[in-house]
Design a protein around this ligand. Structure first.
Ligand code: AHR
Length: 380
């Protein structure tokens, strides 16, 4: 039985790799006719996500088991736990999958080792959510030699050779940052605030991760454009505990800061604890001593804080990636071509109605006001 399964998989894999280049050519030809693609010649799309894991129509139901090695980052945040659940709920035994789940506990070396083990284990696909952007060329080169397709999800990576992965699906952290910064600027304009008085402390996520790099890049560019001061930064590692420590350190070093830019919601929860313990008032009235917090993820708890005024603005980062990863895998199983890059659509949330939308690179993004009804419907 085991032998039969292996033979089937090997046959199946061989077929898949014969079909893929043909599909690539077909896609290239179609793109030539329709004008799709980007200046980098990659197929890039943006997709909408719902707040659930509806996977029914994509079940692998032709009787064979697909083994997936999933290299997860860790358990640092609510976002990450929801993302892990999304993957686990999608790739179930009942639906024809054997999911090998490796939690690297935020250790980049451990994550590289996990990917190497997947090669030894002869998995059909590797799904990688990279902790940091760099350091992947060697191991993904080994994966390519082993003929295993790699789907990168959530975070971005930087490679010498982009053919080392088959497809990527996830967020655009720089755009998330741009939207939150555009909101800050719009609020200043609306209220007539002097932006040279913005004194911003950053609580950073894992250094070298794409959300840390992208969100901070957006902030630094906005600061330069609008004359904001970035007083300093501390590492929060995307966790509540470290977020609290980082906030304590920022308050000690820069007691006159008036805005805190948190790389995720859990860091914001820690910052709120620290600010409340220090007797500070949290809010948007920075001219009268309040300290304003902005954050990323838009988890349900964070949106309840937005509603209470504890977080002024929250840029969404969507964790429900399991079904989209599955779409890629099932397309590959059928020998179909897949888009190389698929960005998820993400919103931006605020507690007040002052700013209805923000514009980034000429595109308008609505700002959703957090209502009680929205909170009740929010899954995560
Ligand atoms: O990569 C997504 C980021 O990682 C989320 O913002 C954060 O909460 C998570 O840990």
């Amino acid at each position: 039985m085991q032998n039969k399964l292996l033979c089937y998989k090997q046959y199946h894999k061989r077929n898949k790799h014969r079909i893929a280049p043909f599909c690539g050519l077909l896609l290239a030809a179609l793109c030539g006719f329709t004008g799709c693609g980007t200046e980098h010649n990659e197929a890039v799309t943006s997709i909408s996500f719902s707040q659930d894991d509806s996977t029914g129509q994509f079940a692998a139901d032709d009787g064979h088991t697909i083994t997936i090695g999933f290299a997860q980052v860790g358990e640092e945040s609510d976002w990450r736990r929801t993302n892990s659940d999304s993957v686990r709920n999608t790739f179930t035994t009942d639906r024809g999958y054997n999911l090998l789940f490796e939690d690297a506990q935020n250790d980049p070396d451990a994550q590289v080792s996990a990917v190497s083990r997947f090669i030894q284990q002869g998995v059909d696909y590797i799904v990688l959510e990279p902790i940091v952007k760099t350091g992947w060329d060697k191991v993904l080169g080994d994966v390519q030699k082993a003929g295993i397709p790699v789907i990168v999800a959530d975070r971005q990576l930087t490679l010498e050779d982009d053919s080392l992965y088959t497809a990527w699906v996830g967020s655009d952290p720089e755009l998330e940052g741009d939207k939150v910064c555009a909101w800050l600027h719009a609020l200043a304009e609306k209220r007539g605030l002097d932006e040279s008085q913005f004194r911003i402390g950053i609580i950073q996520g894992t250094i070298g991760s794409s959300p840390q790099i992208g969100r901070e890049k957006a902030l630094r560019e906005a600061a330069s454009d609008y004359g904001w001061s970035i007083v300093g930064s501390e590492r929060g590692e995307f966790t509540q505990a470290k977020g609290r420590e980082a906030m304590d350190a920022l308050l000690e070093k820069y007691p006159d800061l008036n805005i805190v830019y948190c790389d995720n919601d859990n860091e914001a929860y820690g910052a709120i604890e620290a600010l409340e313990a220090a007797g500070k008032t949290i809010g948007t009235d920075i001219n009268n001593g309040e300290i304003m917090i902005v954050a990323f993820d838009a988890a349900k708890k964070a949106l309840s804080y937005v509603r209470k005024g504890l977080i002024a603005c929250d840029g969404e980062c969507n964790p429900f990636l399991g079904p989209e990863i599955e779409k890629v895998i099932l397309a590959l199983e059928e020998g179909k071509s897949v888009e190389k890059i698929r960005y998820v659509d993400e919103g931006i949330y605020a507690g007040n109605q002052e700013i209805h939308s923000v514009i980034v690179d000429g595109k308008t993004y609505p700002v959703t006001q957090v209502t009680q009804d929205l909170l009740e419907k929010r899954v995560y």
